[in-house]
Design a binder for this molecule. Structure first.
Ligand code: ZN
Length: 1035
């Protein structure tokens, strides 16, 4: 999946763990089977894969009401008591002694009509019980069980704690992960969507094999109403079975009275009905308005990571691969699409047809299944052995050619690169009008946001670059992710890091004119910035809950993953080693699932890198611990000592300073600094090591082209030598190395290792800088500081900062053209430079932008604003009443998706608070502005002075509506939190943000992005305290 501005992930709110569930749900639903209670059915011996009983989590999972069910009055009293922790009083006895507060004679009646005395007694009892509860809570969970506590070395079997299913019967499974006793072999799915009522019915026939003896089948189902279920074992006659459901974990189960034996085959058939989802996941409804103003409906799917279960009951974990045969009914005027080509169509009734697709020729994970019912039209061409098509709404058909061209080149490239042909007979790329992620790599049916796929022929190279990136990413997934899949979501980076890396690598070869290197460099800088926070996480880490899985779709899995693969590739000997290892990996694990080590082992088998470090040994240090190293260089004559330590912006005691990375340090020096042959490599595995260089070397620059994932600190003298060299001649370093110095020095200043003064003295060389990468990096860093000052209303410093930027970059701003520009790097440069110039109200820039807008409006759509300048032009236009209204009107009627987004950014940059309020609401409402664009709107509003507090208020006031649209943990929500809080730098704001999120509890307080937001505010606060007085002196 490509998250782009946001991603779509499962939105179901599962409890973080069973403890919270039993504490806060009105219906306690878990029973302690460790007790011997005659009212509970007994269960068979554990499956080999049965989870172990965990005493700690079972502590609150108790009710034991048995036959003594309470009446309603009692239940009120019971539930409030339970909130105080009383519920586990029951676990000490299943007989409920008469002294129990739950007996009829005592509390219940007084609770329903309390007198003063009984109230006091009630309160006293509650206090006592609550105190006991506290004591009990901190006792081991086994304290009151009949068997007592197990000694650590005891071999007594652990007992499971079964939850209660919806029907009241015990649910026969105790883990959020599915048992491994059943393996699905094939699914036969029939879906009957009704786009008038927005509902659907379905039938799922699952053929399975029993891996080892078991008395239950457990699988996933969410928000589906199962209406009928039959089961057939081997050749026996099918019979009706009862399906139990445990909603918190989105699981259903069938229990059997005798063992299903290992090796047996069986078939489970489930009929069900459901509503089409109103969010962006599962089988969801969507609509668009055609050019005649008619509303057209459609239904599409988005299953990654955990939403296939919302469309059909299934074993919804990536390791349960199976084949799929899909049938979908539709009305005459719709077409259907799925992973495979259509096999046949049969008439069901007058206006109802059933499309049947070929059975998948490969086994696939459930999250890669997809189907669409819509009125889209395609353009197609044959590439190798597959039919490649691009689909979209009929009126945008002329926007698809670029995508088809690019996809066919890339498909051919990957076929050759991986030496494995794309395995399906067809590949469709479909632009879906309502789509939250950037795109989704469903096998054979890749879905995209319209903006990620549709681009006009005359669009700017930058717009095309974006489309090419997304296509290259999703196509790489057809091998990396689809053919070979991570075993579980903890290794999501195997999918996403790899696809992200391949998107740059493939385009360097396939479309060199798109000049993708700068974009990849910027991505690595941002990945370093994120990973420098204490709230970051290891690339590969344990995840279990829905929210934890959703949060894996972040910068670490994607961008850090891609950066690590680049570092590995550039440190392996020989150009083809990386590729050979990848081919071996794909061939060895084709059709199956892997863990990170499988990739390292494949790469190691091919070749051992320098200094006999295996790939696994080296890369584990990068994937299993969070963060990255700071490499400190100190030189004495011909001796250069390199020392590593964790680069961590927030000091953390729990972080061991013993963290070590295997760093393939690269370096160049003044005698040879540009060509790749100049690069020398030294592997730093220990805390500190020394290398020798000729004494004549004037300066060293480490991390050639920033292809390693680390930051370098040189010490005062060496910094000064580098700065001097650059001042004399900008071209002594590659532009990537110049950008890398700028990025590193700002990062070191945030860390407190170099002064802001030193940063500014490096920037002095920039009056001679004309390359996009260093200029955009410097401007990004400077405007970040500028915005912080602006939001703190440090007016004097804001003015001085403006002067500083205009003084240093004024000549460059002056020199930019406003006409069409073909070269990507020139576009990147001028769009960044002019955006800053106009945002600082540089008169010439604002005037040019206004003129261009006026010409565009007056031309009645015949003139064109170059794509890379649209954002700056619309942003300037949106600052006046009249032009804002004109722009809104243009937005309503614009057909180019890339341009619409630029208009929307412009509209949201208004400093008029009434309009800010309007646009935020419109984004949430989702009619004129699609809700999928809300994260972008919030981000644009937040960047301005008038909007940043507004945006934060909007988020706090509409939190519940936001998490209704965007799942907790999703990339969209991560982005919203980040953009609304990252400019706070005061204690008051820190307190506000902290208190808001801590009040949310299970509605999002646990998200990593919340921790990140708080950390960033603290860092901003610290930066301000240190640098405000200094800035007054230096600027
Ligand atoms: Zn992806």
């Amino acid at each position: 999946m490509d998250p782009f501005d946001s991603n779509s992930a499962d939105r179901a709110n599962m409890p973080r763990n069973m403890i919270e569930n039993s504490m806060f749900e009105e219906e306690s639903d878990v029973v302690d089977l460790a007790k011997e209670s005659p009212s509970f059915p007994t269960f068979p011996a554990l499956d080999p894969d049965e989870v172990a009983y965990e005493p700690r989590s079972s502590r609150l999972l108790v009710r034991g009401l048995g036959e003594n069910d309470m009446d309603e009055d009692e239940e009120d009293c019971e539930s409030s008591a339970r909130l105080l922790g009383m519920s586990f009083m029951n676990r000490s006895s299943s007989l409920r002694p008469s002294s129990s507060p739950y007996t009829r004679q005592g509390l219940p009646r007084s609770c329903s009509r309390p007198s003063a005395r009984t109230t006091v007694v009630c309160v006293l009892l509650l206090v006592i019980v609550a105190s006991m509860a506290m004591v009990l809570y901190f006792l081991p969970g086994c304290t009151f069980t009949k068997s007592g506590c197990l000694k650590p070395n005891s071999t007594a079997p652990l007992q499971p704690v079964y939850p209660q299913s919806t029907s009241g019967e015990l649910f026969p499974w105790t883990d959020i992960r599915l048992p491994a006793s059943i393996q699905p072999l094939s699914y036969d799915l029939t879906l009957n969507p009704d786009l008038n009522t927005m509902t659907f019915t379905g039938r799922t026939v699952i053929k399975m094999t029993v891996r080892h003896d078991t008395m239950r089948i457990v699988l996933h189902s969410a928000e589906l109403k199962i209406t009928n279920a039959t089961f057939q074992l081997g050749d026996r006659k099918p019979s009706d079975v009862t399906v139990l459901e445990y909603k918190p974990w989105q699981q259903i189960a069938v229990k059997f009275s005798e063992d299903l034996k290992a090796g047996q085959e069986c078939v489970l058939t489930l009929d069900y009905s459901a509503n089409l989802s109103h969010t962006y996941d599962g089988f969801y409804k969507s609509s668009y308005t055609d050019k005649d103003g008619n509303k057209r409906v459609l239904a599409a799917t988005q299953f990654e990571p955990l939403a296939a279960r919302k469309a059909f009951p299934c074993f919804d974990e990536p390791a349960f691969k199976a084949s799929f045969l899909i049938k979908i009914s539709r009305n005459q005027n719709f077409t259907t699409l799925s992973n495979m080509p259509k096999a046949k169509t049969t008439s069901l009734s007058n206006d109802l047809w059933l499309d049947e697709f070929e059975k998948t020729s490969v086994n696939m994970s459930t999250y890669l299944v997809a189907f669409i019912v819509a009125d889209f039209t395609p353009i197609s061409r044959n590439v190798s052995k597959s039919l490649l098509s691009v689909y979209c709404v009929p009126e945008k058909k002329e926007h698809t050619e670029y995508a088809l061209d690019t996809a066919s080149k890339l498909l051919q490239f990957y076929n050759d690169f991986f030496e494995i042909d794309y395995p399906l007979p067809k590949l469709d790329l479909v632009a879906v009008p309502d789509f939250l992620a950037g795109a989704m790599e469903n096998w054979g049916l890749i879905t995209f946001r319209e903006t990620s796929l549709l681009v006009l022929k005359q669009s700017s190279p930058l717009d095309k670059q974006l489309v090419a990136f997304v296509i290259a990413h999703e196509l790489a997934h057809q091998w990396f992710g689809n053919l070979v899949t991570m075993r579980w979501w903890n290794d999501l980076w195997l999918n996403e890091g790899f696809a992200s890396y391949m998107q740059y690598m493939s385009l360097q070869t396939v479309l060199p004119q798109l000049d993708v290197d700068n974009a990849f460099l910027a991505v690595r800088f941002r990945a370093l910035d994120k990973d420098a926070l204490n709230s970051s996480h290891p690339v590969s880490m344990q995840v279990r809950t829905t929210e934890q899985v959703a949060e894996m779709f972040d910068s670490v899995s994607y961008e850090k993953g891609a950066s690590l693969l680049l570092m590995l590739n550039s440190s392996l000997p020989g150009e083809q080693q990386f590729r050979k290892g990848i081919i071996q990996y794909l061939k060895e694990f084709s059709g199956s699932n892997t863990v990170t080590d499988d990739l390292w082992n494949s790469l190691t088998q091919v070749e051992v890198p320098p200094q006999q470090v295996t790939v696994s040994e080296m890369m584990s240090s990068w994937t299993l611990q969070k963060g990255f190293p700071l490499v400190i260089v100190s030189r004495k004559g011909d001796q250069v000592t390199l020392t590593q330590e964790p680069f961590l912006l927030t000091a953390d005691n729990s972080r061991h300073t013993s963290s070590l990375w295997h760093i393939p340090v690269t370096y160049i020096n003044d005698s040879c600094s540009l060509a790749p042959e100049c690069k020398q490599v030294f592997t730093l595995k220990t805390k500190s090591a020394t290398l020798k260089i000729p004494e004549s070397v004037k300066w060293l620059k480490l991390n050639y082209k920033n292809s390693g994932f680390y930051i370098v600190h040189y010490g005062n003298e060496s910094w000064a030598a580098l700065i001097d060299a650059l001042k004399n001649n900008v071209s002594v370093l590659t532009h990537e190395d110049r950008a890398s110095l700028i990025h590193n020095t700002f990062a070191l200043s945030r860390l407190g290792r170099v002064s802001l003064h030193q940063v500014l003295s490096l920037l002095n060389y920039m009056t001679n800088e004309t390359e996009a990468a260093p200029v955009t990096e410097a401007l990004l860093q400077l405007t970040t500081i500028y915005r912080l000052l602006d939001k703190r209303q440090e007016e004097g410093l804001v003015a001085r900062m403006e002067n500083y930027i205009l003084h240093n970059f004024g000549a460059l701003m002056e020199n930019q053209s406003w006409g069409e520009e073909d070269r990507v790097s020139k576009q990147e440069l001028r769009s960044a430079v002019l955006r800053v110039a106009c945002s600082l109200h540089e008169p010439k820039c604002c005037q040019q932008a206004k003129t261009l807008f006026k010409q565009y409006v007056e031309s009645n759509g015949t003139a064109r604003i170059p794509g890379d300048l649209q954002r700056v032009v619309y942003t300037v236009a949106a600052q006046t009443d009249e032009d804002w209204t004109t722009l809104l009107e243009m937005y309503r009627h614009a057909t180019s998706d890339a341009e619409k987004r630029n208009m929307l950014r412009g509209l949201a940059s208004t400093q008029d608070t009434r309009r800010i309020a309007w646009i935020l609401k419109a984004g949430l409402r989702g009619d004129l502005i699609q809700t999928q664009e809300l994260a972008l709107v919030i981000s644009a509003v937040s960047s301005g002075f008038a909007g940043y507090l507004f945006a934060w208020d909007f988020v706090t006031e509409n939190w519940d509506a936001l998490i209704e649209e965007f799942p907790v943990g999703s990339f969209a929500l991560q982005s919203i939190i980040q953009s609304t809080t990252s400019q706070f730098s005061t204690q008051t704001h820190l307190d506000q943000v902290q208190s808001f999120f801590s009040g949310l509890k299970d509605r999002g307080s646990e998200m990593r992005s919340v921790q990140e937001a708080l950390e960033v505010i603290r860092l901003n606060q610290r930066w301000m305290e240190t640098n405000l007085p200094l800035l007054k002196h230096w600027l």
